[in-house]
Design a protein around this ligand. Structure first.
Ligand code: ATP
Length: 604
């Protein structure tokens, strides 16, 4: 049960039977009464931080106009909650409905639940309602005004339906304001945000992309490029953090970002996490050309097998998410490899310690300590022929790879995990793919797979812009040399390090798959920028918000007008109760449980 003395205690009817209900600073607890005593074996509880809304409905004519006023005060006009079985027949006809977010047992899914407390004394219900409402109003970190970009085209083309059927009802429940823009074309979200005034953007608490990784990348790009002329590349020194947090509701194909942040690609889980308001910092990677940043990467960028799969899958978009399986199989059979060199600045600390998995937010040491880890990188070069190269800013979990292809990537450690898969037989490649689909940490035990934590890298393919096809030329991997070889460096700002374009040299080069979008220049320089955005995720940050604001308001509110209990006693008296047998939900449950399932802990 809750720690300390209860703030409120009363007997209510829940589903027609009497229950003892306790309100503690951090949780609401209830249990059935059997023959007038509490049945300790059936404790139930909800954390205050998981409560979404409270609603007081009084059908009793005795309260007359007041019942109307209460409903309006709850900001829930014209909506009748579903009665819990038997609650109306309990005879009181007035009840307090508490809506909360609840984790589905042994899963990453969260769902919306409710309990209805019925009581014969209206003042008791009113006091509980006011106390809980004060607590909710004190949770200032929760978003109340949201801007949505809904991609109707991504994934199974269900973005609009997901918004209407799953997101909107919860926004109404939580009395949120919202604005929706259905994207009409590629880059619509970027363009809209890039020109949005400070005043307009200040009206929102969060920008939410309803779509896949490409959609959220467009949202982030729009926020980060605000104030820069669209015709110019951005100097990395001018980059500023996004003014408001971003969030993602999965409605794309792979949904790696949503999966990593919410532990599932279930849209309801995502919107519940967003409404509960916990956010964590996230790094953003950037591809440069000779004049500055030309593209941002939020999730991952891949060259070789994964990118070829993406390139081919675009032709099969009509298949929906299945297209990745078909394209992946075909590209696996083709077994293409690509030659090139990678110059990278490697995080020295990473070599010295056991790799960790990200816990997200303030509970992750690697992310919180990233500010102290500057300038300790050492440049290193790796050359050869590769099946694939990936730079992962996040672990990239998805339905096909529960721990993600980069299980040791952190949201905000100032680095990306650079994964090099060297040339190997088909069988070995298959072994890598199978390990990535299972416990992906084991993939790094394979001798042809290397992982580096880097804050900058340059990839240069063997054949670059000097090649005419007959006489392949090794290109210098030095950035300046490469930039000088760009044929029209001043005219095309989208050129990265040099002017190569994969569309012209099909066999020698792959493309880059950047957050699910294709980038055709194989030669790239990539940097990582720390904590540029805050992103809504279920992390322990919610815990740190709660005690100072909501708990104090809970206590204050309860003290302001002592309620009447059904038996006429003071309902705030301290009590001694046996601890509940129900396990406390771990604050960072969503991250911990899955890692421990495979490994007995977070550390590998
Ligand atoms: N109305 C539209 N018509 C066509 N394309 C659109 C429209 N709105 C957005 N887009 C583009 O759709 C592309 C794909 O979107 P998104 O990445 O969200 O879905 P996905 O590729 O199916 O999912 P994932 O990236 O998770 O695999 C993006 O490049 C986006 O710019």
């Amino acid at each position: 049960m809750g720690k300390g003395d209860p703030i409120l205690k009363d007997t209510f009817r829940i589903s027609s039977s009497p229950h003892s209900v306790f309100l503690f600073q951090h949780q609401l607890t209830w249990c059935p009464q059997k023959r007038g005593t509490e049945d300790m074996s059936e404790w139930m509880k909800v954390r205050i931080q998981d409560i979404l809304a409270v609603e007081l409905l009084c059908k009793n004519n005795n309260v007359g106009n007041e019942s109307k006023a209460i409903r309006n005060f709850c900001c829930l006009p014209n909506r009748k909650p579903k009665a819990a079985s038997g609650s109306e027949s309990s005879g009181f006809g007035q009840y307090l409905t508490i809506h909360f977010s609840q984790r589905v047992k042994d899963s990453s899914l969260w769902t919306r639940s409710q309990i209805q407390l019925s009581h014969s004394d209206y003042p008791v219900l009113h006091h509980w309602h006011q106390t809980l409402l004060t607590a909710l109003n004190g949770m200032l970190h929760r978003p109340k005004s949201l801007l949505f970009f809904v991609n109707p085209y991504g994934g199974k083309r269900k973005g609009v339906t997901i918004f209407e059927k799953q997101v909107k009802p919860l926004l109404q429940l939580c009395s949120c304001k919202w604005t929706v823009i259905n994207t009409q074309r590629r880059n619509h979200a970027t363009e809209a945000l890039a020109v949005m005034s400070d005043e307009k953007i200040g009206e929102f608490d969060v920008v939410v992309g309803v779509g896949g990784d490409g959609t959220i990348c467009e949202v982030v790009t729009g926020l980060l490029t605000r104030g820069f002329p669209s015709s110019k590349a951005i100097d990395e020194g001018d980059l500023q953090s996004a003014p408001i947090p971003v969030a993602v509701i999965p409605a794309g194909s792979s949904n790696a970002l949503a999966y990593t942040l919410h532990g599932t690609d279930d849209p309801q889980t995502a919107i519940l996490h967003i409404l509960l308001g916990s956010a964590a910092p996230l790094d953003v990677a950037a591809i440069h050309n000779h004049s500055g940043i030309s593209r941002f990467i939020v999730g991952q960028m891949s060259y070789g097998h994964l990118a070829d799969t993406m390139l081919y899958s675009e032709k099969l978009r009509w298949m929906g998410p299945k297209r990745y399986d078909v394209a992946g199989f075909r590209k696996f059979l083709s077994h293409a490899t690509y030659e090139g060199s990678v110059d990278m600045r490697v995080c020295v600390d990473d070599n010295r310690k056991i790799p960790t998995q990200c816990l997200g937010g303030s509970s992750c040491d690697d992310c919180t300590n990233s500010a102290n880890r500057t300038g300790n990188g050492e440049w290193k070069r790796v050359e050869g022929r590769f099946l694939g190269i990936s730079g992962a800013n996040i672990s990239c979990r998805c339905a096909l790879s529960p721990l993600g292809m980069a299980p040791f990537a952190h949201l905000a450690d100032g680095h990306i995990d650079l994964i090099l898969i060297r040339q190997a037989s088909r069988l070995k490649h298959l072994q890598y793919l199978l390990r990535t689909a299972g416990d992906s940490r084991r993939a790094f035990a394979l001798p042809f797979v290397e992982r580096y934590k880097v804050d900058e890298f340059i990839f240069t393919p063997l054949q670059c812009c000097q090649s005419n096809g007959d006489a392949p030329a090794r290109h210098s991997s030095k950035l300046d040399d490469c930039a000088n070889n760009s044929p029209d460096r001043d005219s095309d700002l989208s050129f990265p390090v040099c002017g190569c374009d994969s569309r012209e040299k099909t066999k020698a080069h792959s493309v880059w798959n950047c957050d699910g979008e294709l980038w055709y220049q194989p030669s790239v320089r990539v940097t990582v920028h720390k904590n540029l955005i805050r992103i809504m995720t279920r992390s322990t940050e919610a815990e740190s918000h709660l005690p100072s604001s909501s708990s104090s308001s809970l206590a204050n509110s309860a003290q302001s007008s002592p309620p009447l209990s059904p038996n006429g006693s003071d309902s705030t008296v301290p009590m001694t109760l046996t601890p509940t047998p129900i396990d406390e939900i771990s604050p960072n449950d969503i991250f911990m449980r899955e890692s421990s399932a495979n490994n007995g802990g977070v550390r590998y």
